[in-house]
Design a binder for this molecule. Structure first.
Ligand code: ADP
Ligand code: MG
Length: 215
């Protein structure tokens, strides 16, 4: 069963809910290593996305994801706004014109998105950024795509993002505001890796579901 347009809309809506629920926790993580507004920034962006969704709802998946990206670029700010904007814009470009996505399409879309984040932010794995959750999630998806169904692949991808997120704790940040802290930043989980995991865990919970869809 492929990923439908309705499932993508569900993912975006549920992501906005998850970010809102975790806003304070993301702010707290960012307060330890940065300026304490990662959750507030992302929540503002995803609430704006929710406002745009009715206009996007009858479009193809590429246009929906592009609309999400443009809205995030315009509303989130900080380092993560352009990066998450790029993630969604590239995912949208990779899925342009599509009304449904097979597992391979989703994998190609995430690959394009993660490549965009890396091209823009220049973070390598292990530099304590959102890439530490995104890159393992993509690798797990590629490995799972070899013979698993969509649901299993999405779950493995989310599990890899979680491991990557947890593995940021001992790292010293080499990119972004947290890098100003140097060694003192070790011992804290990266806020961007945490929000990236949230998006991928929400993807696993929504994209392969056929029943109970709100849209
Ligand atoms: P700011 O750092 O401007 O306050 P946010 O608090 O919204 O922005 O986002 C911080 C997160 O952005 C970090 O936790 C990290 O995951 C991510 N980040 C910062 N710089 C980069 C980069 N160059 N590449 C990838 N991710 C980055
Ligand atoms: Mg911040």
């Amino acid at each position: 069963m492929p990923i439908s347009r309705a499932a993508v809309l569900d993912w975006i809506t549920a992501s906005a809910g998850a970010i809102a629920a975790e806003r304070a926790a993301l702010d707290r993580l960012d307060a330890a290593v940065g300026d304490g507004e990662h959750g507030t920034n992302l929540d503002r962006g995803f609430q704006a996305v929710l406002g745009k969704l009715p206009d996007l709802a009858d479009q193809d998946i590429g246009a929906i994801l592009k609309g999400v990206g443009l809205t995030l670029v315009a509303t989130v700010g900080g380092a993560s706004g352009p990066l998450y904007g790029t993630l969604f814009l590239r995912m949208g470009a990779a899925t342009a014109g599509k009304a449904e996505l097979a597992l391979d399409d989703w994998t190609a879309a995430l690959a394009a998105g993660v490549e965009g984040v890396v091209a823009r932010g220049k973070a390598a794995p292990g530099e304590k950024t959102m890439v530490d959750a995104l890159a393992p999630a993509l690798a797990a998806l590629r490995a799972a795509a070899e013979g698993s169904g969509l649901e299993v692949a999405l779950r493995r991808s989310a599990a890899a993002a979680r491991e990557g997120m947890l593995a940021t704790v001992p790292l010293v940040a080499r990119k972004g505001r947290a890098s100003y802290l140097g060694e003192r930043g070790a011992g804290h989980q990266d806020p961007g890796a945490t929000s990236a995991h949230l998006l991928l865990a929400t993807a696993a919970a929504t994209l392969a579901r056929e029943e109970g869809r709100a849209v």
